[in-house]
Write a protein that binds this ligand. Structure first.
Ligand code: RNT
Ligand code: ZN
Length: 417
């Protein structure tokens, strides 16, 4: 069934020693975690919907999901428009209360039963996130690093509850659950004590990690951030902090890098191989930073391609947990979700079709002139024909015709909400 264009592309790539059949096969087995929070602007179901605590969505495009059923239906639409292997990424604030409300420190596996059913029916694993924001116990912008022990204990209990829920997800699905700890803890203006909050943050995370779990099944991570909205001067979970805590607790914790969380000229693509020299496994949030915002929809831009390339050429596809993390409330959310997922699929496909060994050889031979020539040359290889074939085999549109379905869904479903 493959097209003439694909057959020709295959030959073009083969001339560089690239086996596109192998690339397609590989790509269809790389799990990429699809975050539920693009569907409702990080609202969740356990609070009044106001997003507080260092992150913000902007825009109010009509039709956002307000119930678990709507969110799941929307996500299903996205899944049907994207090729590739998906994993589900859920935040604790998306608990579904069938027999009464439970606060964050009292959450149990049963509050996520519906998500397990959803994931299992679709053959997906689940990743999880304690929600350290949008809650009254986040006091003065602080959670795990708050000076008041009562506040910290509430959030430590939340973290431990989430470890138990993560273990449940892993056991139910048979797929490891990445559990990511991110807090917006920090200060708007110049602090008088930078170390105190970090010492308390460290202690709280270590208490959470003391909850028993099987590290083969649950992969706790700590995500760093350079600054947040309303916490511009200082964040407790800085890059050095998060990396160090993961390094000091290597038998139970991974570092998580979100490429929207660094100074603008720093790139996560360069940090990936650095971390892989020291950690067996790492985790990523793939996003797109723009000025002060860390969470624009992922596109097929240079850094996205470079991130995918590093994962592939470090041979780290099974050492890297990939999750998407963006939320745009100003455009059709189904479309935003889909563009981001498809863009990262394209980036991975391009990385897998790049003659990485050939290029690395030129570098090792210090043949930098030819390396530059070849790096430019491979940019024009016919990736599009391979993408079209990959999508055809996955039963999804290769071109933008998927957007017709989004328009129909907007007309028939979203606009009626
Ligand atoms: C925020 C972090 C964090 C969140 C999610 C919702 O800057 O990137 O990962 O986006 O937990
Ligand atoms: Zn993130």
């Amino acid at each position: 069934m493959s097209t003439k264009a694909f057959e020709l592309a295959k030959e073009s790539f083969a001339a560089f020693g690239v086996d596109v059949e192998a690339a397609i096969e590989k790509l269809s087995n790389i799990p990429v975690s699809l975050h539920c929070w693009q569907g409702d602007d990080v609202g969740g179901f356990d609070n009044d919907g106001a997003l507080t605590g260092g992150i913000q969505t902007t825009g109010n495009y009509p039709g956002k999901a307000t119930t678990p059923e709507q969110l799941m239906a929307d996500m299903d639409k996205v899944l049907s428009l994207c090729p590739g292997k998906k994993k589900l990424n859920v935040h604790a604030c998306y608990a579904i209360f069938e027999d009464g409300f439970a606060d964050r420190d009292k959450l149990e596996p049963k509050h996520f039963k519906k998500w397990v059913e959803f994931a299992k029916e679709r053959g997906m694993g689940i990743d999880f996130n304690p929600t350290f924001f949008s809650h009254p116990m986040q006091k003065d912008g602080l959670t795990l690093s708050h000076p008041d022990k009562e506040v910290r204990n509430f959030w430590i209990a939340h973290g431990k509850a989430c470890i138990r829920i993560s273990q449940y997800f892993a056991e139910e699905t048979g797929i490891p659950c990445v559990m990511n700890i991110w807090t917006g803890d920090g200060f708007k203006d110049i602090p008088a004590d930078r170390m105190g909050p970090r010492m308390r943050y460290r202690d709280s995370i270590e208490q959470i990690l003391s909850e028993p779990f099987d590290f083969n099944k649950v992969k706790p991570c700590v995500e760093s951030k350079v600054f947040g909205i309303g916490v511009e001067a200082y964040t407790a979970g800085s890059a050095e902090f998060a990396l160090s805590i993961a390094a000091m607790n290597k038998d139970r914790c991974l570092p998580l890098m979100d490429n929207g969380h660094y100074h603008p000229t720093e790139v996560v693509s360069d940090k990936i191989p650095a971390l892989l020299c020291f950690f067996d496994e790492i985790a990523l949030h793939v996003t797109r930073p723009i000025r002060w915002d860390s969470d624009h929809v992922v596109l097929l831009d240079d850094e996205t391609k470079e991130i995918a390339k590093e994962i592939v050429r470090c041979d780290a596809l099974d050492r890297t947990y990939i999750a998407l993390d963006y939320f745009d409330a100003s455009i059709n959310r189904i479309s935003a979700w889909t563009v981001g997922f498809r863009s990262f699929q394209k980036a991975l496909l391009m990385a897998l079709c790049t003659p990485n060994a050939l290029l690395a050889k030129l570098q090792d031979e210090s043949n930098f002139t030819e390396l530059m020539v070849m790096q430019e040359e491979v940019k024009m290889l016919p990736y599009g024909a391979v993408w079209a074939e990959y999508c055809a085999r996955a039963g999804v549109a290769a071109d933008a015709s998927w957007f017709d379905e989004v328009k129909a869904y907007e007309r028939d479903v979203l606009s009626k909400r």
